[in-house]
Design a protein around this ligand. Sequence first.
Ligand SMILES: [Zn+2]
Length: 376
Amino acid sequence: MSVVDTAKALISYDTSGPPARELPLAKWIKDYLEDIGASTDLQVVEKDRANVIGKLGEGKGPGLLLSGHIDVVLSGDLSLWKVTTPFEGVVKNGRLYGRGACDMKGPDAAILEAVKALSKERLKRQLTLSFTAGEDTGGWYVTKAIEEGKVTKRDARIGIIPEPSMMEVIRAHKGGGSMKIMVYGKAAHSSRPELGINAINKASDLLQELRRLQRNLNEKPHPLLGPTTIECTLINGGFKANIIPDQCTLTLSTRLIPGHDKPAVSKGWLKEAINACKARDPEFKAEILSATASKPLDVPENSEVVRLLTKILKKQPTGAPYYTEAVSYTAAGIPTIICGPGNIDQAHTPDEYITLKQLDLGVKILKESIRQVCLI
Ligand SMILES: [Zn+2]
């Protein structure tokens, strides 16, 4: 089976969602891994949903982790798929088309192909393969694999996730977060606004304050990622056209650079913005309802995994705008970076594709990485 045939087989399983059903594909991968001599663990995490973990050279000391998710996003409007249907991989003009071709069943196939090619070699260090459910479709089951000890730092000392990066070495990406604020006013008939306090107007004052905060953040960018951003993405206020609104909620979406990932930090900024509004306007009243933040990825430039990939590819490391499972592995003591074939621009689109050239390059680089960590 070539890497293209393997990718086609992976694509043929409809693991799109939500709701996603990864179990049949996880079983197929389990069989594939057992055929090449790996010990396997099918971790059913929910009905019809499973991770599958494979190990070669188990117990030989921590080596390399290669990990990919096996779920894909929904197909969307089928009439926009012109080259093929989502779950039938087709090669045309040097590209493999199908849902997940680049994000990331093509890259998953590159892992399987690289491992198969080296499976007869004598491993000096353990090679761990992790195929996870729920990355794009809800669940984030990579955390179950880690929490239940299926993948630990005793298995692997470094990790690579070949999410599509055009084989760029991505050592950093932002964390994400969200905050919800309630701005209070006072209801009155809209013909007598002077008797009420318009919560939407007050929310608009707070948004102005947040734009000022953003301008300050823009002056302190991360070298690879740019600045932390705070955007109001949902607003909900008022309940009747002729009533001055007494409540307005704002939902903020934050993208956080390293150093800004503690919920207390972004919450602190928000408190300052609210206090600035209060200082100017005694009628201003607001309350923070919730604040969450998730960790960014920030694998040091001089770490083993960054040095390994930058040496093989002769490239400088870079950052990415999207969030990945690398954060979960890195937090578990396995510094993990993103480096994989295909272009993220093609992810989640109709007629999703990966070029065969990228796919072959992915196999080559993953093979070299296995060689340098587990064979030498
Ligand atoms: Zn992905």
